[in-house]
Design a protein around this ligand. Structure first.
Ligand code: NAG
Ligand code: NAG
Ligand code: NAG
Ligand code: NAG
Ligand code: NAG
Ligand code: NAG
Ligand code: NAG
Length: 507
């Protein structure tokens, strides 16, 4: 997910990979790469190799044809043909693993060690992979009108916004259903269960290429945020094919499959920490008095800065407080002195709706989605608002899970997770899963990591003392990556080790 502030900061911290001279024969995209059922790696983006892996649309009915999944690989400096590839499973849903690697390769290589290849991919329906579609079929005007009707700001259960957002939410699914029906007949074949199966196909293709037996090939992976749901799903479906699996920033997979995003608010206010008194005053001020920005002086368009723009700032910030608190402090300082201009457009920027994200999320939760009535929506908003004073009322419109209510995916059983994703019962995976969490994670709270770990027999939990979403996004400590590297080498740490904070905020 690209976010205004966060993207800015992350690319300055990590240094985006920029290519200066385009060399001939080097691919700078996936269009020129032929899909193949075997992994054929083509040099791409200067420092990487890329492949489009052909996979069945539906594993239970290969007569339906195939689609392709975009993979990208950073070959380890000290890797050999036998070296395992660690697959980074991106967040989202809807996040691009290709972008993740292109933007953060430097960090990933450092974090895991030079003896591994680092691989990532765009899951089905995302960016460079097959099955992506536009819910509004290119009708930009319809999309922007829908957004105007639906994205009216923070949800207020005591005002008309609740009803407006609830009733308008059905429009989106109708457009998506229509696009699938008329243009992308398999547009909803993008479920997490299918993606997990694609990862097995990749793992087997890689073994084949290295001359190993595909039927015994095991996945090595590091899942991030929603990627932890993909990982947990893979481990439930193929417990014997888990080589190594670290799941960082853990979502409760069962709640995810129920379209239940209540847990996310659990540690949000804790993450806001010491700013709260200043924020309280500003919230009160903007709630009653939006600030007009005429644009006359600056020759820019007129704007009105509202309570929702301030809430959007908070939501942006809690992804990575150590990096973003200084930016927020600066903005709050300006606001206290009457300059609201840094907040212009923040809510609108936050709230673009990604079709890939909704297609995956809504197809996954279709059989169990309870968020379909106005009463359920109200109770969801009441819950999040009461749990988090700072983020709770902006979370529902941002998370956008209400939009799932009119999706009609009509998927074959093979696309869905068959048994409830309650872990493995008493069976163990072929290698223990390592769950990882910051002590305060404002979007995937520690309690979800504990819950998931309790469901996977033999798994352990590794904690990093820090505030923010996923350990890897916050640059984990040497202690943390030491344990991760030892784990990849085969040493599972005891559960509940807590690594001390090393990279201090505001450093
Ligand atoms: C893919 O691999 C299989 C098994 O090794 C082989 O039989 C087939 O010829 C390969 N196909 C292509 C297009 O390279
Ligand atoms: C497989 O797909 C084809 C083409 O849509 C369909 O005719 C056939 O009934 C399907 N087979 C099964 C077993 O679902
Ligand atoms: C590279 O791999 C070789 C053989 O596995 C090992 O001896 C060497 O220490 C490694 N070098 C680095 C820099 O990791
Ligand atoms: C899709 O991928 C290409 C190259 O990998 C990248 O430049 C582009 O920004 C991506 N687009 C989106 C919408 O993620
Ligand atoms: C919610 O709406 C009520 C009724 O219109 C209003 O009194 C209250 O200030 C609103 N709350 C926020 C946070 O804007
Ligand atoms: C797990 O093992 C316990 C004790 O051996 C047993 O009571 C329980 O039914 C088992 N659970 C499952 C899901 O097999
Ligand atoms: C880890 O800590 C939690 C919370 O204190 C506790 O419930 C759990 O039993 C601990 N697990 C192990 C393996 O010690």
């Amino acid at each position: 997910m690209s976010r205004l502030l966060r993207t800015l900061i992350i690319s300055t911290i990590l240094g985006a990979s920029a290519h200066c001279h385009e060399s001939p024969g080097m691919a700078y995209g996936f269009d020129t790469i032929e899909p193949s059922p075997n992994l054929t790696w083509t040099p791409c983006f200067d420092d990487f190799t890329c492949s489009r892996l052909e996979v069945p649309l539906d594993y239970s009915n290969t007569s339906l044809g195939t689609t392709s999944i975009a993979f990208i690989k950073l070959t380890g400096k000290n890797a050999t043909i036998e070296s395992p590839s660690i697959v980074l499973i991106p967040g989202g849903p809807g996040g691009s693993g290709v972008d993740l690697i292109l933007e953060n390769w430097f960090l990933a290589a450092q974090a895991f060690g030079d003896q591994y290849n680092i691989v990532s991919f765009d899951p089905r329906g995302v960016n460079n992979s097959g099955l992506s579609f536009d819910c509004f079929s290119g009708n930009k005007e319809a999309r922007s009108v829908f957004l105007r009707l639906h994205s009216t700001g923070a949800t207020n259960v005591s005002s008309a916004s609740l009803e407006e957002q609830y009733y308008s939410s059905s429009i989106y699914g109708e457009w998506c259903n229509n696009a699938v029906e008329n243009e992308s007949p398999h547009g909803y074949f993008v479920t997490t269960a299918a993606s997990a199966r694609d990862l097995l196909t990749f793992t087997e293709a890689e073994a084949e290429l290295a001359g190993r037996s595909p039927s015994e090939a095991e996945l090595w992976s590091y899942g991030i945020s929603y990627g932890t749901v993909v990982g947990a799903t893979f481990a439930s479906m193929f417990p014997d094919r888990v080589g190594r699996m670290v799941l960082d920033g853990v979502l409760d997979a069962e709640h995810y499959y129920n379209n239940d995003w209540r847990d996310s608010v659990d540690q949000m206010d804790e993450a806001m920490g010491k700013f709260t008194t200043r924020m309280d005053a500003l919230i009160l001020q903007l709630q009653n008095h939006p600030v007009p920005i005429s644009g006359v002086q600056s020759q820019e368009l007129p704007a009105l800065v509202t309570y929702s723009d301030l809430k959007a700032l908070f939501l942006e910030t809690i992804y990575n407080p150590p990096a973003l608190f200084p930016v927020m402090a600066d903005i709050l300082h300006k606001l206290e002195r009457g300059d609201a201009s840094p907040l212009v457009g923040l809510f609108d920027g936050l709230n673009s709706i990604f079709d890939a994200r909704l297609a995956i999320m809504c197809a996954d939760s279709y059989p169990n989605n309870k968020l379909t009535t106005i009463e359920a929506f109200q109770s969801f908003v009441e819950f999040t608002s009461s749990e988090s004073k700072y983020i709770g009322d902006i979370w529902p419109i941002f998370q956008a899970n209400i939009l799932c209510r009119s999706f009609r995916p009509h998927l074959p059983d093979s696309m869905m997770v068959q048994e409830s994703i309650s872990g493995l019962g008493n069976r163990s995976s072929s290698f223990p899963i390592m769950f990882a969490s910051n002590t305060i994670d404002p979007l995937s709270p520690l309690k979800s990591a504990r819950e998931m770990s309790s469901r996977f027999a033999g798994s352990v939990l590794l904690l990093q003392e820090a505030v923010g979403h996923t350990v890897i996004n916050l640059l984990g400590s040497d202690c943390y990556f030491g344990h991760v590297q030892a784990y990849f080498q085969g040493t599972v740490p005891p559960s509940n080790i807590t690594c001390e904070q090393q990279h201090m905020p505001f450093a």
